[in-house]
Design a protein. Structure first.
Length: 357
């Protein structure tokens, strides 16, 4: 009998040890994330299939929660149906100077925040109230300063954030400055204060009010977008996306330090000229390939920060995106010099970015 009890005790210890190392987490709402089984158990005890950063399902678990009756996106979040029938998570939304929002006409839906999965329909006023509630909770600004060449420090507003250069507003003056001259309120490690949105297949990751897949959706961070990181975590990272602060899944980001980086500057040109008109725009892509996803398009004359040449493709910052553009559409302002200059002040020349995950 004693031998039998000893065996039982050993088995129990092994099971506890296995559970301790299982890929299981509990979020701030009390929900349990079992990534090995692909199941999220909400605070009400309902189970849901865990969705990855691309809006698909992960693991083999199945959802026992009811189907959403609200208007929701593939990841269970908010969808706004505009008057023309197009779905956009932030359609008709106007962000005010105080961080609040006003909403134009449209249909607004969001999953039940209690996690029941039943969903609910929100009026424009209800949606705006919930947005304002979470905006106030997460903060409406990320304190940022710019240090000029003389060492003076100025409060700054980010207009476009890049890994190499950023466009900022100091008072009423718009400046393009090295991003390394900027500092913001952050708890992130030094090598993770900047992030580029890099989901594996989708064109965005979801920005949520809390660190939960069932939390209210604040919006979407588009692929290749450069974000300020405020706080990091294994599963969720707290970021600032153009003044909207919220949580995104860490696995959808690549991280960088804000150390000085080598780059040259250039502009978009067509046949070496700054042509104008609707037919004189160029697409940028998520990687250096004609088969890569088109992220956005910009007119000739658009300013570029250029980091490296990979085959026929330049790795660039443009208008808040870190992406790629074919070299035939770029005219550099300085000669291209491939050089290793890690940890030095930015000077003419290129060094491939090797940071990030």
């Amino acid at each position: 009998m004693k031998r039998f009890l000893s065996v039982i005790a050993i088995l129990a210890l092994l099971l506890c040890s296995t559970a301790a190392f299982a890929n299981v987490e509990t979020d701030e709402d009390g929900g349990i994330w079992d990534y090995d089984k692909g199941i999220y158990t909400d605070p009400e005890g309902q189970q849901h299939a865990i969705e990855n950063t691309d809006g698909g399902s992960s693991g083999s678990g199945s959802s026992s929660g009811g189907a959403s009756t609200g208007t929701s996106d593939a990841s269970g979040g908010l969808v706004v149906t505009s008057s023309d029938g197009a779905e956009d998570p932030t359609a008709g939304m106007q962000k005010n100077a105080d961080g609040s929002v006003t909403i134009e006409s449209g249909t607004y839906g969001t999953p039940d925040e209690g996690g029941s999965g039943t969903g609910q329909h929100l009026t424009e006023e209800e949606w705006a109230a919930r947005w304002n509630k979470y905006t106030a909770k997460n903060g409406t600004t990320t304190g940022t300063v710019y240090m000029d060449d003389a060492g003076a420090i100025h409060p700054a507003e980010i207009l476009h954030l890049g890994l190499g250069r950023s466009t900022i507003l100091v008072g009423e003056q718009e400046l393009i400055v090295p991003t390394s001259s900027l500092r913001w309120d952050t708890e992130a490690p030094d090598d993770m204060v900047l992030a580029v949105v890099t989901p594996s297949t989708q064109s965005y990751i979801t920005l949520r009010a809390k660190s939960s897949q069932k939390a209210f959706v604040m919006g979407h961070c588009n692929k290749c977008k450069v974000l300020r990181v405020i706080r990091t975590g294994k599963t969720w990272t707290f970021v600032d996306d153009e003044g909207v602060r919220g949580y995104v899944m860490t696995s959808g980001l690549s991280f960088y330090s804000n150390s000085p980086k080598n780059y040259v500057t250039g502009i978009i040109t067509i046949n070496g000229k700054v042509a104008k008109g609707k037919d004189h725009t160029v697409h940028v892509r998520s990687s250096g390939s004609n088969k890569a996803k088109q992220i956005a398009e910009y007119p000739a004359g658009t300013d570029l920060t250029v980091f490296s040449l990979e085959g026929d493709w330049y790795e660039v910052d443009v208008a808040g995106l870190h992406c790629y553009i074919h070299n035939k559409f770029v005219t550099l302002n300085e000669p291209l010099i491939m050089a290793e200059a890690e940890g030095t002040e930015p000077e003419p020349g290129l060094a491939p970015l090797e940071e990030g995950s």
